[in-house]
Write a protein that binds this ligand. Structure first.
Ligand SMILES: NC(=O)c1ccc[n+]([C@@H]2O[C@H](COP(=O)([O-])OP(=O)(O)OC[C@H]3O[C@@H](n4cnc5c(N)ncnc54)[C@H](O)[C@@H]3O)[C@@H](O)[C@H]2O)c1
Ligand SMILES: Nc1nc(=O)c(N)c(NC[C@H](O)[C@H](O)[C@H](O)COP(=O)(O)O)[nH]1
Length: 228
């Protein structure tokens, strides 16, 4: 394959929301689900998020457990997977936590319409990859990551990037932790936002497993392609 194995890992409320209508982060996962997420991060070659998530949550995207970090080191890897931000207009703040915390390569993926001055500032902190005219071309980006030796890519949202990756046919598996809460709100981000499929385009999934974790359920899906 000319792209990595790509999976999305997300936590959503029982009504499918990723955060509140004000884009405020909500603790959906419990301790065990955060541990599972840390293990997925530790096993991945790279973690990807959208700029919306960086601006809303300021995540560090680092591996948290000292044992997992040490195991990565022992196998000749960096403590953290490569951290990738999909950021068409180069809006990533230079003081974002992905730059401040942890070691390892950072990649900011921008489009050809991003301002040169903003790119220059980011180039001091990260490798900047340019694809697409106004919006990052996600297929081209995935191919470039594969060329760099990234074989497993973990996507951690948000709603718009999930849509972009799924609608471009770039996702192999989806892991959703469904928590025991309702967030509500028609403008609150859901697992996949974006423009949405028409009936003829709807994406089919195959259930790999359903597992109760603490007070929620972890659903693992394989992406099958168009249902019709
Ligand atoms: N619960 C969870 O697991 C979880 C995980 C991540 C984020 N979130 C939440 O999701 C929200 C952020 O989601 P969002 O939708 O606003 O932003 P996002 O993180 O999905 O980022 C969207 C941005 O990605 C960029 N992008 C560039 N090229 C693209 C392309 N080809 N296709 C799609 N996107 C492209 C665009 O600049 C776009 O604005 C926040 O509220 C955050 O708290 C929740
Ligand atoms: N798995 C998960 N369960 C949740 O309940 C929740 N709110 C998120 N939200 C994703 C969000 O982007 C987080 O901010 C990053 O998971 C934080 O990552 P860091 O700890 O900074 O490395 N993710």
């Amino acid at each position: 394959m000319d792209r990595p194995f790509i999976f999305i890992n997300s936590a959503m409320s029982a009504d499918g929301k990723l955060s509140t209508k004000e884009r405020k982060q909500v603790k959906i996962s419990g301790k065990l689900d955060f541990e599972r997420m840390d293990e997925l991060r530790a096993q991945a070659d790279a973690i990807m998020v959208g700029i919306g998530t960086v601006l809303a949550d300021d995540p560090s995207l680092t591996v948290k457990s000292p044992e997992r970090k040490a195991a990565r080191k022992a196998s000749g890897k960096s403590e953290n997977p490569v951290r990738v931000v999909v950021d068409s207009a180069a809006r990533t703040p230079p003081d974002a936590d992905i730059f401040k915390k942890g070691e390892g390569l950072r990649i900011i993926a921008v489009s050809n319409s991003a301002q040169a001055e903003k790119i220059k500032i980011l180039e001091e902190k990260a490798l900047v990859i340019k694809t697409g005219t106004d919006k990052v071309n996600l297929s081209e980006l995935a191919a470039k990551l594969k060329e760099m030796g990234i074989n497993t890519l973990m996507v951690e949202g948000g709603a718009t990037l999930n849509w972009g990756m799924i609608s471009a046919g770039l996702v192999d598996e989806i892991y959703t932790f469904v928590g025991n809460l309702i967030i509500g709100g028609k403008t609150a981000p859901t697992f996949t936002d974006g423009e949405g499929f028409t009936e003829a385009e709807i994406m089919g999934l195959e259930l790999i497993s359903a597992e109760k974790i603490e007070e929620g359920v972890l659903l693992k899906w394989k992406v099958k392609g168009k249902r019709n």
